[in-house]
Every structure is written in C-alpha cells, then in structure tokens.
Design a protein. Sequence first.
Lengths: 249, 328
Amino acid sequence: MRGFWPIYKRELFAFFVTPLAWVLITVFLLVQGMHFFLLVDHFASQAQVTSDQTPLQAFFGNTVLLYLVIFLLVPPMTMRLFAEERRSGTIETLLTTPVSTVAVVLSKYLAVLTTYLAMWAPTLLYLVILKRTGDLDWRAAMASYLGVALVGAGYLSLGLLMSALTKSQFLALVLTALVVLVLFILGIGEFVTREGSLMHAVCAHVSIWAHMNDFANGVVDSRRLVFYGTLVVLPLFLTTRAVDAWRWG
Amino acid sequence: MISVQKLVKRYDGHLAVDGVSFEVQKGEVVGFLGPNGAGKSTTLRILAGFLGMTSGKVEVCGHDIQDAPHEAKKMLGYMPEAVPLYPEMRVAEYLTFRAELKGVPRGRRVSSVDDAMQKASVADVANTTIGHLSKGYRQRVGLADALVAKPPLLILDEPTAGLDPNQIREVRDVLRALGKDHTVLLSTHILSEVEASCSKVVVIAKGKLVAAGTLDEIQKKRRPRGVEIHVRGDGARAKDALAAVDGATRVKVEIHGDVARVACAWGKKLDGDAVAVATERAVGAVVAAGESVREVRPIGSSLEEVFAELTRAASDATDAGDAEERPS
C-alpha cells in the first residue's frame, strides 16, 4: 500500500478545487432538499395516515428521484480519475514513483467514495428535522444510509473502471452512465418479466429499486451485501489489471 | 548505475527497441541520441519502470527493474518528455506531494522541496499555480520533481524540448550543475546539447544501437571527408600546393579578391590518423607556398554530420532488410 495517503489526499484536493465539484454538490443538495420538502409536505397535508409508510421510507425507497440523483452524480465524479491522468500523461510520473498499483487504485477509489459520503452527510439534517416533529425509526434510517452508501460504492467502482479503460473523460462519463443505466433497466425487468423465470430472478437480484425499498424498510439482506460487495471488488480488481496492462501496451 | 542488456520492446508486432545494450557509470552525464521515433522515449520509459519490456534485462543501481521495481524507482528521478504536471496545484504543493510519494520522510520533506526548488531555480514561483506557468518554468518544475528525493540517478527525456534559446541555456546551466553530484542520462535530438553537457553518448536509430562512447570516440568513427583552408594571397598557388599533398583529391579553389578558399577531399585509403597527418601536411604546404592561412576547417566531421551518417546507415540497413554495415 505504498503511496496510498499522498494520492488519497491529492485526489480529494483535486476534486474540491474544481468548480465541477461545487456544482455537483449544490445541485445534489438542492434536489435532495426539494425532494425532502415535497415529501414532508405531502405527508403533512394528509388528514389521516392511510399507509404505514413514513417520509423516511418514501425518501429512500419507492422513488426514482433518489436513483436519478445517484445516476447523475456518479459518472461526473469518476470520469476524471484515470482518464485525465492518462490524457495529460501525469500517470507516467505517478507510476514511476515507488507506489504499488493497488495503492493507486484504492486511494483514488476511496477518495471518490469519501467525497460521495461527504455529499450525503448534510442530508442527515433531515433526520434531525423528522426527529423533532415525530417519531423516527433509527434502525430504518441507518439501513437506508447503508443502502445509499452501498449503491454509491458499487457505482463509483464501476465508474473508476470505466475511467481506467479510456483516455477520454467524456467517454468515461458516457460509459459509466450506460453501465449504470443498464443495471437500472435490468432492475426494471423485475416488473415486466414472468415470475419464476430465470430472467426474473436475475432482474430481481440486481434491481436497485427493490434493494433501496428493502433498505428503506430497515431490511438488511445478506444477498444485497454480497451483490454490492461484488459490485465494488470486481471492478476494482479489473481496474488494477487495466492499470498494469497499459505498461505492456 | 544503469546496465541495459539486449533490451527488446515490441508494440503490436512492431519493434520499437531492438536488442539495445549499454552501460552508464557513476558520475557520467550521458546523452541518449537518436532521430525522432528511434525508440529513445520507449527505452527511457522502460528504464524508469513505466513500460514493461518484451525481453532483456535492465538494472538500475544494481536493482533489476522487473524483480525489484520499487527499489530501482527509489534510485532514480525521471522527467518524462511532455513534463506532465497537475495544473491545479501550486508548485510547492506539487513538489511536497511528489516528495511524499517518493518516500521522503516527513521531517525532511520541507527541506528537500526547498533544495529542489533552489537547484532547479523555481523558488520564485513556489506559490504559483502550475497551470499559470510558462513552458520554461514547467520544464524546471519537472526537473525539481526529478530532484526532490535526491536520487543518485536522473533520467531526463528531452529536457530542453520546446524551449526558446534563453530557456534552453538556463536549463543547460542547471543540468551542468547537476552533473557534479548526479549521474544523468538525458535524451535529445539536439546535438549542440550533447556537446554542451554530456561526457558520453549513446546513439540509437530505428530501435538499434548504432554507437556508444565518448564524444571523441564517436567523432573518430567518421573521419573528415576533406579539409577547407581559407588563405590570403594567391589562390592558384595555394591550390597547386594543396594538390601536391599526398592523399588530396578533387582540389577546388574559390577566389574572392585576395582571399581564396581552397578545399580538397581525402582519398579513400586514408584512415582517421592518416587524415590528421595529411591535414598537418596540407596546412604546412599552403604556408610553405607563401600564403597566409586564416582558417582551417575539416569537412564533414561535425557531430551533426557524424550523427546523420550513423543514423542513416542504420536506417538504410533496416530498409534493405540486412544488418550488414554499409560500405563507406
């Protein structure tokens, strides 16, 4: 893990000095804030509670908005990681220092994951607001945030891999968006395929929609943990292979 | 410090480096010469541990670059051709980051960065964002980066590429100072650069090694084709005197008023030493003829011409599909 810390620190720095980072954060928090406001307003205006759903569950599960936000957030966050270093050639100075490939990949990944989690951090205030006005299921809240972290971790890992496959940031962005979209559409397949068929089982297994519903209800299913674990580890492994492969190009 | 043996690098079926072997000893400043596309950058990238080799063996300070890459990389400071830098960082920030990457202990980092900035003369832009620097400064920041961990060996890929003459002179001064306590391998296709800063040269063309040795040794490989003497006096008499010298052929004269240029080519039988003797005789003969000699210039022995000759020979051999040396 030689070289992990300096690269990790530099990646965080590089992200936060670009205007892109602040635009992303602002838009993210604006959309989340509006989303939260609309939900709370909706629940407040109901004369009596008809379902057992809470604003918290509605915020994290059963909504396309959460998904859309992650979908728009991840590709621009990861596109730069390797593509830019390769385009500008700084990868050459980076890899000629005594650092290991694993450290390079992991430091970049953990830096972008840290950023992602930091972007979600202000939304914890929503919980404080909910707590002040009513009851809050802390365990469901924790499961929801675990879900958000896992989905993000998986997508960021995919984004990192895409960034390692091309020298063009734009291509990395498009590829990441495509892969994430394909995963989402597969998830939709859960609702259109016949129950009991193999396709249905596959779709249900990768459906982020269903996953987030579970997490929002406080269900932490070990199958989900394995799925996202794979979604993180496999692309990271492929990325280290890709980085080593450039040297033999 | 560097030992390269039978280095081969193949890119999609095309041989970029073809069996190159050479050594660099401690304290030498070695110029790595070759026309564009000769495989210079590829070779240096392999030495720096960025590219893998197809076959061969490279040792940097006794560490095999494949078996012990980290140890080898710790010994060298590498500056790539395009001097890639992170434009959003400030110079001192960048160098501190690089020092940390290269394993300079925390306590020594500040002094290492200051030292490197001093040596590469970039201390005055320490707090400037790299993206705002001129090409000359960027080049020197790259140099400071190579120096920051105080490696015994520097590998610099075209350190003066794209600079204006003043900047070239500045970088060269820095290089000359560095040569005192570092071993330096620098690539270039500018020959005056080699003459200005190198004690030894390695010449490659089309991925093959064509010559290696000190500058003098290389120059001796190609004897002068002839000699040109500028005289004041009677041009015709000078011509006759020169024509009488043993080995002189195709004697020509150009007369401008009372100044004349006489030139001759040396016969094919004369080798390097014989040419030197013949040159002495030619000057003697012209002086004996009563002419005043103003200038004596060997024809076709400048480093440029030697270089052109050497690399052309290699290209011809490759093009003709045989490795035999071209008869000269």
